[in-house]
Structures are given as C-alpha cells and as structure tokens.
Design a protein. Structure first.
Length: 57
C-alpha cells in the first residue's frame, strides 16, 4: 500500500471515530434529558414519593 492510500485510510478511520464519538455524546445527552423528564413527571405525580422513610421496630 502506498503512503497516500495509507494516509487516506487513516484519515477515514479518524473521521469515522469522530462521528461515532459525536453520535455517542448526542445519545447520552438525549438519555440525560429523558431521565430528567421522567424524574420531573414522578415528582409532579407523587410529590411525597421518596421524601419519608417508614421504620418499624
């Protein structure tokens, strides 16, 4: 394989890794937003959920 083809192959691999990383970051941000929305819905529907602990001895 010549140097030009190797360089192009390496750049293509780097580009694909960057795209994959960017997509992973977007998915993580999306999942974080979903989790925050779920917590908001739970808090709104059950305002005392998780605020107290019942202990029996």
């Amino acid at each position: 394989m010549d140097i030009a083809a190797l360089a192009m192959s390496m750049k293509h691999t780097e580009l694909m890794q960057n795209v994959s990383l960017a997509m992973t970051k977007k998915v993580m941000e999306f999942q974080q937003e979903n989790a925050e929305q779920i917590v908001e819905v739970i808090d709104a529907s059950h305002p005392v959920l998780g605020k107290t602990i019942d202990i029996s001895v």
